[in-house]
Design a protein around this ligand. Structure first.
Ligand code: ZN
Length: 399
């Protein structure tokens, strides 16, 4: 149980600092006057805390605006060059590493291909560390200005510094990724499930922006989900909430990579969709992403049948989600989800309608992700930025 603790003056100052920094990060540039109105803090507090933030270099002036009759007002914004975040997507077919500044501008990126069948954790760790070195040297950013390294991974991530991962489809059972990375870097580490990092990116900057209750679906080789309630990510009792890909859509149905049968992923994940197509039209299993794109362009009866079934099962999964969560918005993302959605969004909406109750369906918008297939890496960087916004005074001192 959490210990009761008296809030000290220092806690209060830190809370005010976080409040103002978040207001500027998400809504800036803004004048002190606007910040007072937005945050409900007093004008004196806004004045004092922004002076501290300016002195620390965390925020900067960004021009002036005319005010009604009075003196022009100085605009403030987060200083994009105060610090940097590295975001990593450990995907099924690649490790992608991106470097972003605090304005969330991408400064450099690199990709390492992974063979789908081989996800040796030592190799993945080497790619992450080498990628971090490479993007820093490419952008000319010194390591001491980096606020942290965020990593989006498949599977379940246990909360805690070891970041123990359970991803049976990767052959990762209890892999302490945090400990392995820690041996090769001093940077603060943030590890989370890739669907959750993607969800946070869409929530902050994409199709989920402004939503209080939402679900962000990641459809790639497999199927994941980020549940958003009260504007924050819902994690459940031990961090595994949102394993939507392993929801049963056909009891006793096709074998899933998780070991069970009839899961949504066994029907709507790109790997399973391609397997189903090859059962109808035998052929070589090529690279997944081009093969999936080719299937979507294929107008043969076999391709149409497999895709119609995919939409049907995806709709069943979405319908149950609508009934259970009553979300205001569902965002469909992930590389395969975006490809499917670009061709079939009206059909996907219709299939979701056919599998949900009328009232919650009518209140739910189903939209495509706006950040593209890179949203997992960008979302991993948001984990770092979130840590910075929470405690900007400690952020760079801890490196
Ligand atoms: Zn499963």
């Amino acid at each position: 149980m959490m210990q009761a603790r008296r809030r000290t003056v220092r806690d209060l100052r830190r809370g005010n600092r976080e409040t103002l920094l978040r207001a500027l990060f998400f809504g800036g540039p803004a004048s002190r006057h606007e910040l007072t109105a937005q945050t409900g803090l007093s004008a004196a507090t806004v004045s004092n805390v922004t002076a501290d933030l300016l002195a620390d270099g965390v925020i900067a002036e960004a021009g002036q605006v005319e005010s009604d009759g009075g003196r022009p007002r100085v605009l403030l914004r987060v200083n994009p060059d105060y610090g940097y975040a590295i975001g990593v997507d450990v995907g099924e077919t690649h490790v992608r590493v991106e470097l972003l500044d605090l304005g969330m501008n991408e400064l450099a990126r690199t990709d390492y291909a992974l063979r789908p069948a081989r996800h040796d954790v030592e190799l993945v760790v080497r790619h992450i560390l080498a990628g971090a070195d490479l993007v820093l040297s490419e952008a000319g950013v010194p390591r001491e200005r980096v606020l942290g390294l965020g990593v989006g991974v498949p599977g379940l991530v246990e909360p805690g510094p070891e970041a123990v991962i359970h991803a049976p489809t990767y052959g990762w059972q209890g892999v302490a990724l945090g400990t392995l990375l820690r041996a090769g870097t001093e940077l603060p580490l943030f590890v989370d499930n890739g669907a959750k990092t993607m969800g946070q990116a869409e929530l902050w900057f994409g199709a989920g922006r402004g939503a209080s209750t939402a679900a962000v679906a990641l459809v790639g080789s497999g199927v994941g989900l980020c549940l958003v309630t009260d504007g924050g990510i819902y994690r459940g009792a031990s961090g595994s909430a949102g394993e939507w890909g392993h929801m049963t859509v056909a009891a006793g149905g096709r074998a899933c990579r998780c070991g069970n049968r009839g899961c949504l992923e066994a029907y709507a994940g790109a790997e399973a969709v391609l397997d189903r197509y090859r059962e109808l039209v035998p052929g070589e299993a090529g690279e997944e992403e081009p093969a999936f794109a080719a299937l979507l362009a294929d107008r043969s009866p076999e391709a149409e049948r497999v895709l119609a079934e995919t939409v049907h099962y995806l709709g069943a999964g979405l319908g149950t989600l609508i009934n259970l969560l009553n979300p205001e918005r569902i965002v469909l993302g992930g590389w395969a989800g975006l490809l499917l959605g670009r061709r079939f969004l009206p059909e996907i909406r219709e299939a979701a309608r056919a599998h949900s109750l009328a009232l919650p369906y009518e209140r739910t918008g189903i939209e495509l992700g706006l950040l593209g297939p890179d949203a997992v890496a960008r979302g991993a960087a948001t984990l770092v930025v979130d840590g910075f916004l929470l405690d900007s005074q400690r952020a760079l001192q801890s490196v």
